[in-house]
Design a protein around this ligand. Structure first.
Ligand SMILES: C[S@@+](CC[C@H](N)C(=O)[O-])C[C@H]1O[C@@H](n2cnc3c(N)ncnc32)[C@H](O)[C@@H]1O
Length: 377
């Protein structure tokens, strides 16, 4: 096995269908920077970020991918949690605190999807929890909208001298965590009440969360120490395509409908493209953006992209219903209509003739050393 480290290795192995060990070593291109550095590196090839994926002509043009998420899905459904008083709708559960604010579920199926997505992010970046350089001697870190807390727990394990706080609307984080890690139920859109500033603030996969992400970024700026770093990692919606837009496909229509419904809830899913500008306008310096790509299925050339595609495929197969049920309700769609439509979306998601991808961006910036602390205790 040549995945980046043994901790991630063993955790990835817990998800079926497993990615074959040799698939995780993606050093197949002659120009691979990985091959010149370390035999345990997972990389896209060269440059600071990958260029857009190229189409793999060897993938049959008329057969769907053989990715099968059935076993993974059924294992998650069998252990649905019943210990929290969550809001129940259509067989899914949603957060109770500030109920109705966030449209995705918080049940075990969604939690397992978030944990799988964590490995997708790690595979994307050659196993880096963040791309920005942390301030020296970082002592306090915050992970807003932490979900299951998996990023915060990994970060706390990696930096035991750093106190790590994760916040979320849902209490879905584990009880047994590193002693330097803790979680709080908190709405990141409320005025932040932390009385001590942070060295590092992180937020990931938040495209569906906020009415006013710009304000959240401004609050992050205020609650950093001078010299502190903030990094957001997120998907740019809607998906992109190589070649012509497949405007007649269910996949394309699903993207359009999600945007339409999200706009109706005043939480547009199209905000991530503005992160860099909002970081700059908030006062951050050295604002940096790096983009990566997750293909929808193995249509893309090279093991790096095919491995990301395997995980992204599972991510969406297991997430489509949770993402869509509540949102499409805002469009007046009945649950059964939504479920039927999603079957078509899944078919397109697996179709290698549709060369779709999600752009994933990492935006970071530093609070100037000369900035005021701006924290009111
Ligand atoms: C897609 S998940 C991402 C979780 C985590 N950041 C990760 O990358 O695994 C979005 C999370 O944001 C949380 N959330 C949504 N709106 C929020 C808000 N206003 N304040 C705090 N958490 C929020 C949801 O409960 C959910 O756990």
């Amino acid at each position: 096995m040549t995945a980046p480290n043994s901790q991630v290795d063993s955790q990835v192995a817990g998800f079926g269908p497993a990615v074959p060990a040799e698939e995780l070593d993606v050093r197949e291109d002659a120009q691979s920077v990985a091959s010149s550095k370390s035999s345990s590196t997972f990389s896209w090839g060269g440059g600071s970020t990958p260029s857009l994926p190229r189409i793999d002509e060897d993938v049959s043009s008329n057969t769907a991918t053989s990715i099968d998420s059935t076993s993974w899905r059924s294992s998650t459904e069998s252990i649905r949690s019943s210990i929290y008083n969550f809001v129940e709708e259509n067989g899914r559960t949603y957060h109770r605190y500030k109920a109705g604010k966030y449209p995705l579920p918080n049940d075990v199926m969604e939690q397992e999807r978030l944990d799988l997505q964590h490995y997708l992010f790690l595979l994307t970046t050659n196993n880096k929890l963040q791309l920005a350089h942390l301030p020296p001697n970082s002592r306090r870190a915050l992970d807003i909208a932490t979900g299951t807390g998996i990023w915060a727990i990994d970060f706390a394990s990696k930096y035991p001298e750093c106190e790590v706080i994760g916040t979320d609307l849902s209490p879905i984080q584990p009880a047994y965590v590193p002693s330097n890690c803790r979680f709080e139920i908190d709405d990141a859109e409320d005025e932040w009440t932390f009385t001590e500033p942070f060295d590092f603030i992180h937020g990931r996969a938040l495209l569906s969360c906020f009415r006013d992400p710009e304000h959240v970024i401004q609050q992050g700026f205020m609650h950093l120490k001078p010299g502190g770093i903030m990094e957001f990692q997120d998907g740019i919606f809607p998906m992109g395509y190589i070649g012509d837009m497949p405007v007649d496909s269910a996949l394309y229509k699903w993207n359009e409908l999600v945007m339409e419904a999200a706009a109706l809830t005043s939480r547009p899913w199209t905000n991530v493209q503005h992160y860099k500008r909002w970081f700059e306008e908030a006062g951050f310096e050295d604002v940096n953006e790096r983009r990566f790509y997750w293909p929808t299925n193995p249509w893309a050339k090279g093991k790096y992209f095919k491995t990301l595609a395997t995980y992204f495929h599972l991510d969406l197969m297991n997430g489509l219903e949770g993402i869509s049920l509540k949102l499409f309700g805002h469009l007046g769609w009945e649950v059964e209509r939504t479920r039927a439509f999603l079957e078509d979306v899944k078919r397109d998601f697996a179709d290698p003739r549709i060369n779709g991808y999600m752009t994933v961006t990492f935006v970071s910036g530093r609070k100037p050393l000369a900035a005021n602390l701006m924290i009111i205790a």
